[in-house]
Design a protein around this ligand. Structure first.
Ligand code: ADP
Ligand code: ZN
Length: 611
């Protein structure tokens, strides 16, 4: 690689500035390639370590690394995090006043910056381009590069304009980065950004530290509370809900239970939204209850759980949302509660959605893939990776691996449900929802059964062999497999083309037996949560966390900007007594050692005296 002799070696920069021992995965090759002037397209999962892929080349090469990012609300935090490492960073976006902007511009021109963050729309302004011309650019990093590929994306026009960077600065290397894994997005990014010569780096999308669990939904808020109390007390996490109303109700519920939860959705006042986001980022242990409007670019490393109270619309969405857990590599939980009502509701939403048939078909395919993930009896992780075109082995860290569900032949119960729907519809022109169908199967003479004379149906009472919960499971799985359709505003059932072979006995229906609610996954994961902490280290870790919280508050930066949990855990376990010893801990570079070293050592000894 053609690096000038005076350039620092990437590995030295990694150790000295960032305090890490070694590169991870593809990082070393990407860094070497870009440092040497090559273009790159990097696909890595969230938490994979994309930032270092452009930050280190920017430090190694002459000039300023220009980082294009749509997430202007987070630029200040990114710059703070770099400043804490002793890296000279600034940003230009619409939130600044002219004075602030001028200061950053002159720092850029006089070569006093290592990294400059820019909102993409800045690059459509001629004056910005002229400014960049007058300085030396080390590289262009295009973060969240999938923005160029997604229709209807807010930033798309600005991103499309980025293809001009290469025309104006043909010698400046470009590195595009994204956590979106699908092959079509990947191809489109390369094409749209004109990255024809770029080397492609596709990392494994596995997130081994995340435990994936999908639970049958019965009382979702109670179940959530259980999860938080038993496995994640005091932890930061995100709870996703489908509607604004359920966001607010769930946040209120958690607060009433003594859990520090905040709501976030597009209907809230912008100021409140920004405040809630800032608190989530800055304080320890906040639970954010949100719609999917929340989360893009949130690079808080210590989100310990992501819980979904409603079914996501696609596997892509689910993976992106759950991927916000555990960026720091420590054990984290992705938990989803899923039930019959979710399937009914989503099928209905698709039926009623605007757009042509092809659009609805696409939505259905996305939903089907999500449902297949929910209903699988195989390893969730293997199924997720397969979805993104990658291979994996049963992981031992998902609910189906930890508590394997049985599968059973559900053909006869399926026929009972389908023939009930058939009789109601064909013989009487009636359509009903799940409740009535189950009452008929169970032979319950409810008022509604009497009213419609349903006790005279031949199927009345033929399902006494299963309980109500089991029938809901059967109906849910029929919906999930497309063997039962939904129609109309009352969410009533109809047969589909695929129902017929089942009714005629030509197709067997395999079903999953939902495991009883067990404590098994719980024991396992609470054990995992204590990873790498020596016995007795927990109180020290808590003291360090308190010190970090106070320091962060004093300096007006997020707690993780000071040290990540992983670093605090290692300190608590190794109990260093000197600055030199402390400096060998992962995540403590020269600058942080100088700035926080004494504070940490005092916190460690201070505790001893108190004890
Ligand atoms: P991404 O942008 O891909 O989501 P980040 O760049 O934010 O990921 O990195 C995720 C976490 O991993 C961060 O906390 C980062 O400091 C840490 N990290 C990245 N590379 C390394 C490394 N080589 N050694 C140790 N920690 C690393
Ligand atoms: Zn598994």
């Amino acid at each position: 690689m053609a690096l000038p002799d005076t350039a620092p070696a990437p590995l030295d920069v990694l150790r000295r500035v960032f305090g890490y021992d070694a590169f991870r995965g593809d990082q070393a090759t990407v860094v070497e390639h870009v440092s040497g002037g090559g273009d790159a397209l990097v696909l890595m999962p969230t938490g994979g370590g994309k930032s270092l892929c452009y930050q280190i080349p920017a430090l190694v090469r002459t000039g300023v690394g220009v980082v294009v990012s749509p997430l202007i609300a987070l630029m200040q935090d990114q710059v703070d995090a770099l400043t804490a490492l002793g890296v000279r960073a600034g940003f230009l976006n619409s939130t600044q006043d002219p004075d602030e902007r001028r200061a950053v511009e002159s720092a850029y021109l006089s070569g006093e910056l290592d990294l400059l963050y820019l909102a993409p729309e800045r690059l459509r302004v001629e004056s910005t381009l002229r400014l960049l011309d007058r300085g030396t650019i080390a590289l262009f990093a295009i973060d969240e590069a999938h923005c160029v590929a997604q229709w209807g994306h807010d930033f798309r026009p600005d991103y499309l304009a980025l293809s001009q960077l290469h025309e104006r600065w043909p010698d400046v290397p470009r590195i595009a980065l994204t956590a979106t894994a699908t092959r079509s997005t990947h191809t489109e990014i390369a094409q749209r950004l004109g990255l024809t010569e770029a080397r492609h780096f596709v990392a494994s999308f596995d997130r081994p530290n995340i435990q994936y669990r999908i639970a049958p939904k019965n009382e979702p808020r109670r179940q959530l509370l259980d999860l938080l109390r038993s496995e994640h007390p005091g932890d930061a996490g995100i709870v996703y809900c489908l509607s604004r109303k359920s966001v607010e109700q769930t946040a209120e519920f958690l607060v009433a239970q003594g859990i520090p939860a905040l709501p976030y959705h597009a209907g809230l006042d912008a100021g409140l939204r920004a405040r809630n986001q800032a608190r989530f980022l800055r304080e320890d242990g906040i639970v954010m209850v949100a719609t999917i409007a929340f989360g893009m670019g949130i690079d808080k490393p210590d989100v310990r759980f992501v819980a979904h109270l409603d079914l996501p619309k696609s596997v892509e969405g689910y993976y992106q949302e759950t991927g916000r857990a555990g960026r720091d590599g420590l054990p984290s939980t992705a938990w989803l509660a899923y039930g019959l009502a979710d399937v009914v509701q989503q099928r209905k939403m698709i039926n009623e959605s605007e757009g042509d048939r092809a659009h609805r078909q696409r939505l259905s395919q996305h939903l089907d893939a999500m449902l297949a993930l929910c209903e699988t009896v195989e390893c969730r992780r293997v199924q997720l990776l397969n979805y993104f075109g990658q291979q994996g082995d049963p992981c031992g860290n998902c609910d189906t691996c930890l508590t394997p569900p049985e599968s059973w032949d559900g053909t006869v119960p399926a026929q009972k449900v389908l023939s009930t729907v058939f009789r109601l519809d064909r013989e009487r022109g009636q359509k009903f929802g799940a409740g009535q169908i189950i009452d008929i199967l169970l032979g319950k003479r409810t008022a509604k059964v009497e009213q419609f004379d349903h006790h005279s149906l031949t199927v009345f009472g033929v399902g006494a062999d299963l309980g109500e919960g089991e029938w809901r499971g059967v109906i849910r799985q029929l919906m999930a497999q497309g063997l039962l359709g939904v129609e109309g505003t009352y969410q009533t059932f109809v047969l589909t083309d695929a129902s017929r072979p089942v009714l005629r006995g030509e197709r067997r229906v395999k079903m999953r037996r939902d495991p009883e609610r067990t404590a098994r996954t719980r024991t396992r994961s609470s054990k995992a949560a204590q990873v790498e902490m020596a016995p007795g280290a927990a109180p020290v870790f808590e003291r360090l966390r308190a010190w970090r919280g106070a320091t962060a508050k004093e300096q007006g930066v997020p707690a993780y900007v000071i040290f990540h949990d992983a670093t605090l855990r290692e300190i608590a376990t190794r109990m260093p007594t000197t600055l030199t010893e402390l400096g060998t801990i992962s995540g403590i570079g020269e600058n942080k050692l100088a700035k926080y070293g004494d504070g940490v050592l005092e916190t460690l000894t201070g505790g001893d005296e108190a004890a």
